[in-house]
Design a protein around this ligand. Structure first.
Ligand code: AG3
Length: 282
């Protein structure tokens, strides 16, 4: 799953994401709303009749108007349900604002959003205003920086850290590595939880396995959980929940009203894993 393998010639009326060299997903492009090359990556926004607006980075689907809630609710709410007192929150990546939107449903004190690419933020504010409106919230502090470098330099401490990265290629590569998670330890409050996206349950098993191995050396609780995301490779996505003190199955509060996917039953069910993954995780 490298970005360069996915770049193939195809009709300009279609956008394709290659999951392997022989398999992928295509979208008819009803309108090409934006296409630019930032210093970090290719940023595209297309409009598709079924999924509405779609954001792609280096040809990889990041979010769509129609199914964004599967991923954003499942990355954000599990950690909030179990943390004893979540007040100061950090998002690494997440420039489209979808994770921020879910966090701001709670009465938190502060949310730092550290995004490397300011052009992702600009494009999202223009084409995905319903996702990115949290950037204007008084609790939000936007930082344009490399997440890995920023956590090394900050003396702030957080209750929950979300890693809303793209795949482990391009600008997101370092956000999947051991030293990034290791350095994060120094900006965690007691009881802190980290939740990160960890890729396709079907196509990125090796990445999941690698992450499990190094995370288990760093933290007491390492729990993978899963959710469908219709437009991501394989349709089933994985996330990891990490903490030294807070167990993921001791629910302490209800989720906010108005969610489309997540609820406490989904929370409990999401941590049940298929046999092929259990075997890999050991
Ligand atoms: N971040 C995870 C995107 C991973 C998608 N991978 C892919 N299509 N191959 C999403 C950012 C949304 N806030």
């Amino acid at each position: 799953m490298t970005a360069d393998k996915k770049i193939r010639e195809h009709s300009p009326l279609e956008e394709r994401e290659y999951h392997t060299s022989s398999v992928g997903l295509f979208f008819k492009v009803d309108r090409l709303l934006s296409k630019k090359e930032s210093p970090y990556q290719k940023i595209e926004v297309i409009e598709n009749e079924y999924f509405g607006r779609i954001l792609l980075l280096d040809g990889l689907v990041q979010t769509t108007e129609k199914d964004e809630y599967f991923y954003h609710e499942m990355l954000v709410h599990p950690a909030f349900l179990v943390h004893p007192e979540p007040r100061d929150i950090l998002i690494i990546g997440g420039g489209d604002g979808g994770v921020l939107k879910e966090i701001l449903r709670y009465p938190v004190r502060s949310v730092h959003l550290v995004e490397i690419d300011s052009q992702v933020i600009e494009v999202s504010q223009k084409y995905f205003p319903w996702l990115s409106s949290g950037l204007k919230d008084r609790r939000t502090e936007l930082v344009i920086a490399d997440g890995r470098e920023w956590i090394e330099g900050t003396d702030r401490k957080f209750d929950i850290v979300y890693v809303d990265s793209s795949d482990p290629v391009g600008p997101s590569t370092t956000l999947h590595q051991k030293d990034f998670f290791q350095n994060m330890k120094q900006c965690l409050n007691k009881d802190a939880v980290i939740a990160a996206q960890t890729g396709s349950l079907f196509y990125q098993l090796e990445e999941i396995q690698k992450k499990n191995e190094f995370l288990k050396k760093l933290f007491k609780h390492v729990f993978f959980y899963t959710s469908p995301v219709p437009t991501y490779p394989g349709g089933s996505w994985s996330f990891v929940y990490v903490s030294d003190e807070t167990h993921p199955l001791q629910i302490k509060r209800n989720p906010p009203e108005g969610l489309k996917y997540f609820n406490p039953d989904i929370h409990r069910a999401a941590f049940a894993l298929p046999n092929f993954l259990k075997e890999k995780l050991g």
